[in-house]
Design a protein around this ligand. Sequence first.
Ligand code: ADP
Ligand code: ASP
Ligand code: MG
Length: 422
Amino acid sequence: MGLVVQKYGGSSVADAASIRRVARRIVDTFNAGSQVAVVVSAMGDTTDELIDLAQQVSPKPPARELDMLLTAGERMSMALLAMAISDLGCEARSFTGSQAGVITDSAHGRARIIDVTPGRIQAALGDGAIPIVAGFQGVSQDTKDITTLGRGGSDTTAVALAAALQADVCEIYTDVDGIYSADPRIVPAARKLDRVTYEEMLELAASGAKVLHLRCVEYARRFNLPIHVRSSFSTNEGTWVVSDARDEDDVEQPIISGVAHDLNDAKVTVVGVPDRPGEAAAIFGTLADAGINLDMIVQNVSVADTGLTDVTFTCPRGDGERALSALRAVQATIGFADLRYDDAIAKVSLVGAGMRSHPGVSATFFRALADAGVNVEMISTSEIRISVVTRESQVTRAVGAVHTAFGLDSGSEAVVYGGTGR
Ligand code: ADP
Ligand code: ASP
Ligand code: MG
């Protein structure tokens, strides 16, 4: 019956009763004749609580030590899950990321998987045991230190492991029934998608739809591995993330797959930049040296009589302070007048592969925002996405209005089974 990798997120293993419920589900799959390897996240909000705890001890904890601390969350749940499975009469063996052969680079807090050498997982499977792997963690190839893959990274552990084991499918179990046309926590009328292509899911994940970690989608696409996102609280069929190749019978592919929102960005404006060659290179070179990932960038037309312009960009809120201090350090050399920082923003994105060939999508999008009284501060686009920056306080209204304008509202209310959405 093949090999399946199942990943259970934090809300699915939030307490002892949930862990027992998940154990039952795994044993049922195993008893039905499949080989099963499991990846598990930390219980409930454990990772957030550990971060809070670290901050009480030190406002800027060393990245190596923070990773060591955070990986403890997944170690707890993997051992507890193995115990619960063994209580149901099956053999389960838990493994840390390092023991499971998850080799990463040494970028603490955002490590990339370089290779997966799952010898011990294969051996466990060969012995008829169920391996349980701690998600979100690995070991650095160079330093041999323990690393984490970034928030939400257990999804990527699961897909990378599934690819290395040549599994038939990677099942991602979470607290909603699948991937919806918007986050069901803010759009109750969101519609569950039966399938979504890697390409569209990449844009949705990059635009803030945290139901899947961006890198897990990149990985799945590279290995052409199907992902099935579904709820651990129901037996409903979820959403399949599959190859971009169009289905023969799928004549009517929807134009829009969904609306995503992101509250993790901040906006920085460099005010009064001399309008001459080399200034943008100096600004963005400084930010690159500080290791800051930028998203949107806008430069105003310069005011003719001053010869000065403003440059605005967005970056993750967590990098905001570093971006400001890096720029302040070169203010005199670059010669800009001032810096402005604003983190009360939201990014709202419309994603759909059909956008390529359907005119009028932007017109409907901006009309919907205007009618809802939502002000647009920045705009960026890709071939299959339109994103705007707006006020954080308007995000629910903005996403709801766009969702309705594209006819995505469903007749029923989406179920959110658990989790705090933290
Ligand atoms: P887990 O703990 O299982 O990894 P996450 O909290 O990371 O779960 O991801 C599931 C959550 O993602 C949902 O509860 C939902 O609020 C959010 N989400 C955001 N966008 C979407 C979307 N388009 N479809 C489904 N869920 C979404
Ligand atoms: N526990 C980690 C987090 O909260 C990893 C994950 O859940 O995927 O980000
Ligand atoms: Mg997640």
